[in-house]
Design a protein around this ligand. Structure first.
Ligand SMILES: [Zn+2]
Length: 223
């Protein structure tokens, strides 16, 4: 009896040590964070993340202004959220072979009919939106994730617009990676009106959990 208890204690200690060393079952997750939702409109059948077979996920940024630099910073931010390398991203200059396409039009485009739209996030100086389409069975994406950042109408302060792009671009990439909902906490990057290009523990934990959850939606076919 005493021996069994000692063994159990030793096993627990070994597990703790393993976690601490980054090899145990909890090692891939933030330890004291509270996640927010990642399904679209609270529909648990609308859960998506890029599969392991698509790594590295290909990201295209329209060569315009600072967009490519902002997209690269956002890619580094989100891949850095993982402790176990679940997500890898690579830039591509070929939009026809991209999984995620980010553009910087003069104004947000009208979504195609039937597109699923993460509603525009407006932060005073700029706004962003991410959209995708599903097949008729609503089980598979039919094309790339498309994110857009654009100036807020009637804002002439280009410095404010540029500052806004820093975090709105990162927020939209979070949607394109599968965070299909918003955080209720204004500190989080995935709050609907983000304020900074920083991931909180909750942002990191939520995307860690997403990439350890079975994706209900299939990825778009690659050309
Ligand atoms: Zn959003």
């Amino acid at each position: 009896m005493r021996g069994a208890a000692l063994l159990a204690g030793a096993a627990a200690l070994a597990l703790l040590a393993a976690c601490h060393e980054g090899t145990g079952p909890g090692a891939c997750f933030e330890s004291n964070a509270t996640p927010y939702a990642f399904d679209l409109n609270g529909d648990t059948t609308l859960v998506f993340h890029w599969p392991g077979s698509y790594m590295p996920v290909r990201v295209y940024a329209e060569p315009k202004g600072n967009l490519a630099a902002n997209v690269q910073a956002a890619m580094d931010l989100w891949t850095g959220a993982f402790r176990c390398g679940e997500l890898r991203l690579v830039s591509t200059s070929d939009s026809t072979r991209a999984d995620i396409i980010v553009r910087n039009p003069p104004s947000l485009p009208t979504a195609p009919r039937a597109a699923r739209v993460l509603r525009a996030d407006s932060v005073g100086a700029c706004q962003g939106v991410t959209q995708f389409t599903l097949d008729s069975a609503e089980t598979t994406l039919t094309g790339p994730m498309r994110s857009y950042v654009a100036p807020f109408p009637f804002v002439a302060d280009s410095a404010a617009i540029e500052a806004c792009y820093h975090f709105v671009t990162a927020h939209e990439l979070g949607h394109a990676l599968g965070l299909l909902a918003h955080s209720p906490d204004s500190n989080d990057l995935m709050y609907q009106q983000p304020r900074r290009r920083v991931l909180t523990e909750a942002d990191r934990y939520t995307i860690q959990l997403l990439y350890h959850t079975t994706s209900k939606l299939g990825p778009p076919a690659r050309p």
